[in-house]
Design a protein around this ligand. Structure first.
Ligand SMILES: [Zn+2]
Ligand SMILES: [Zn+2]
Length: 340
């Protein structure tokens, strides 16, 4: 029996699951994957946050997260002592990082270097694309995973610019900072619409929801950049920096502002979703394809989308009746396939 899987790196893992379910002996022992909740964008007193790294990381541990990246502007926090204090149980991990804070023509061009252990300084080249690309390249050389931050902050970036970038697989579509214009307006697209434009153009880029938290002493203040607004649920074999960074870079995660999934499966034929439903909430699941077109919509907490072949890509967006959302990553259809 042969199983066809899309070439997309984001589904290779799911193909493996499909094989296991079909009773085919795996070539190596199957690692047991699980979901880890984390925030990829956090500031502390080491740049413009209001709390020491220990307090910031502690907030995440105490609020049910499994990992947090500390990403101060041009500063790498030594996470060893934090993990010594907070990570003893093995269920919480602080990972180092940096926000590389560049600009061009007064437009903010910010990238997170997830996992960086040594600071990467902004290059300040001519042009937004050249500046970002050089910083992306420097992050990769230094062993980090680049994440393009808040494309609508300062109305800095268009899809036409972002699609020229190479070797970046992550982009924020929901940043919890109150001034980053996630939803667009005034004729400018939302960060999610920018994402659809990139995907429609064939770019493999995955959506991040995170906090960009700065203010741990102002919880409840809507004008502050407080924690707890957006996160990622990463599927990894273990809670280590390497496993989390690799899963993020491959798109083995979904983004959320409150909706949790019980199951998510993508294979060569379909995408299926089961929401971990809250008692009094109601849900809507949209499957979205090329040009942001809604391919189908259900008002149930379980949904399956079977590929027809002309979607370009298929991603799901889940709406909860109080405004919580989740976004799954695109599965590319109609493209090349290979046998496993
Ligand atoms: Zn920023
Ligand atoms: Zn930031």
């Amino acid at each position: 029996m042969r199983i066809n899987c899309f070439l997309s790196r984001s589904v290779s893992f799911f193909c493996f699951i499909l094989m296991a379910a079909s009773g085919i002996a795996a070539q190596q022992d199957a690692p047991s994957f699980r979901w880890y909740k984390g925030n990829t964008h956090t500031h502390t007193l080491n740049s413009d946050g209001d709390s020491i790294p220990l307090e910031a990381a502690k907030w995440y541990r105490e609020n049910g997260y499994n990992f947090v990246f500390i990403t101060d502007h041009e500063y790498i926090t030594n996470v060893g002592p934090l993990n010594h204090i907070l990570g003893k149980s093995g269920s919480f991990l602080v990972i180092s990082g940096q926000e590389i804070t560049d600009s061009y023509d007064r437009k903010p061009l910010h990238l997170n270097g997830l996992g960086l252990e040594k600071a990467v300084m902004p290059n300040r080249l001519q042009g937004s694309v050249a500046t970002l690309q050089k910083n992306i390249d420097d992050i990769r050389v230094a062993g980090g995973v680049p994440q393009l931050n808040h494309p609508n902050f300062g109305w800095a970036l268009t899809a036409a610019e972002i699609k020229q970038l190479k070797n970046v697989n992550l982009m924020e579509i929901h940043n919890g900072h109150p001034l980053v214009n996630n939803l667009g307006g005034g004729g400018s697209p939302s960060a999610e619409q920018i994402w659809d434009e990139l995907l429609t153009g064939g770019m493999k880029i995955y959506a991040i929801a995170d906090d960009d938290s700065h203010h741990f002493k102002r919880i409840g203040d809507k004008t502050a950049a407080t924690p707890g607004h957006g996160w990622v649920m990463v599927r990894a074999a273990e809670l280590t920096p390497a496993a989390i960074m690799s899963a993020l870079d491959k798109g083995d995660f979904y983004a959320s502002t409150g909706v949790e999934l019980e199951e998510y499966t993508a294979n060569a034929d379909s995408v299926s979703i089961k929401i971990k439903a809250e008692r009094w909430s109601k849900y809507r699941i949209q499957f979205i394809g090329k040009n942001g077109r809604i391919l189908s919509e259900t008002s149930d907490s379980i949904a399956v989308y079977k590929f027809k072949g002309d979607e370009g890509y298929v991603r799901a967006k889940i709406f909860e009746s109080n405004g919580k959302l989740a976004w799954t990553q695109p599965v590319f259809s109609g493209g090349q396939k290979h046998d496993r």
